[in-house]
Design a binder for this molecule. Structure first.
Ligand SMILES: [Fe+2]
Ligand SMILES: [Fe+2]
Length: 376
């Protein structure tokens, strides 16, 4: 197996100095150009031979929603009020409660911590926005590169879904929040690696399983936690699409991985590990600390003290680990990926529900429509 150094560029996965040394140096760029490798594949086999993907495609067609008209955009959002209401409703540690003696936060009062909460919202939603654009580009690539007609059909619906997701997060940031953040360097590295890889199934593994699996968990966490009704509904709708997307990844790769050699599976395990580490690193929010001009390393240590932070960091993996298990990646070879997830402290999720079937229970759009029809 490759070493940690070869896969993630450092020996110790928790080396804070090395993690924070990776930062986005192109914060003013308007375009980011990535070499996207892989063959565009035509198939002359139009036979509908994959009923599970066909079923997903039918559901996707019925579950389309309109970002402009299906959400209550007239909701008034007071960001500071939302920060305080969320902390209160969820018993979250508000900054002033942390032990900040001798740290860069020593002089911070309620006002600074409130602003920190506001900037965290801006940052979080900005990263969701950039991640959604990554998904838009990756699924457009899947349409080209996947060899099966049923998968091309389905992936085409996902391109539309992702365009809608970019649209809603951009609109929410512009109309309800107070500033954009550039893409986090760790997320950017990961998206670049996914697109750069020429093997079609790696786009799936990187995007459908890892990035979207994490997004589904993160959206779920924030959707539960937020007291802001527009964001709550927006995330509920986005999640109902995302669950389908992860299911698409699980169903497709389950079939494909059965024919791979041990060596090929090992490469998939290494890629899954790289993606997991990059995504964990991105949640350190280093750009928010930069915004306040405080020492990032010190800041991360303090903010990580909040008990709910650790819970959030591990919950992010609650979809990824069972899905990797379902794909056989956890225990392939000598269970290398199981050891890595143990090292990351997230192996406890291995027997949680995988997303292969879960999507049907998360179909909020259909539920809302059924309800509206009953009430009409
Ligand atoms: Fe999405
Ligand atoms: Fe998605």
């Amino acid at each position: 197996m490759a070493t940690h150094q070869e896969i993630i560029g450092r020996d110790d996965i928790n080396d804070l100095e090395a993690i924070l040394a990776i930062s986005n140096t192109d914060v003013d760029e308007i375009q980011h150009i990535v070499e996207s490798n892989g063959d565009a594949i035509f198939t002359w086999d139009y036979e509908r031979s994959r009923p599970a993907l066909g079923k997903l495609y039918e559901r996707a067609k019925k579950s389309q929603w309109n970002a402009q008209t299906d959400l209550p955009w007239d909701t008034d959002v007071d960001q500071e009020h939302v920060v305080l209401a969320n902390a209160l409703a969820n018993n979250l540690t508000f900054g002033p409660e942390l032990d900040t003696k001798g740290t860069p936060f020593e002089k911070w009062g309620d006002a600074e911590w409130l602003d920190f909460g506001v900037q965290s919202q801006n940052w979080t939603l900005s990263q969701f926005l950039h991640g959604e654009q990554g998904a838009l580009i990756c699924t457009a690539k899947v349409v080209e590169t996947v060899p099966w007609i049923d998968a091309k059909y389905y992936a085409a619906t996902q391109v539309m879904d992702e365009a809608r997701h970019v649209e809603v997060f951009a609109k929410y940031l512009d109309e309800k929040l107070s500033g954009h953040y550039p893409i986090n360097a760790h997320l950017k590295l990961l998206l670049d690696d996914i697109l750069h890889d020429s093997r079609w199934d790696m786009t799936y593994l990187g995007m459908q399983i890892m990035v979207e699996g994490l997004a589904l968990a993160a959206f779920g966490f924030i959707q539960q936690m937020t007291t802001e009704p527009l964001l709550k509904k927006l995330l509920r709708y986005v999640m109902s699409d995302e669950a389908r997307h992860v299911a698409f990844g699980v169903l497709s790769l389950q079939e494909y991985y059965q024919q791979l050699t041990a060596k090929e599976l090992q490469e998939r395990q290494e890629f899954a590990f790289e993606a997991a580490v990059r995504m964990r690193d991105r949640f350190l929010q280093q750009e928010v600390f930069d915004h306040f001009g405080v020492d990032t390393k010190e800041a991360v240590k303090i903010v990580m003290q909040a008990p709910e932070r650790e819970l959030f960091q591990t919950m992010l993996f609650s979809k990824i680990v069972p899905n990797c298990k379902k794909l056989g990646l956890l225990d392939a070879g000598d269970a290398w990926l199981r050891d890595r997830f143990t090292e990351l402290g997230v192996i406890q999720f291995e027997d949680w529900t995988d997303t292969g079937e879960e999507y049907s229970t998360l179909d909020e759009v259909s539920k809302d429509r059924d309800e509206a029809a009953v009430n009409a």
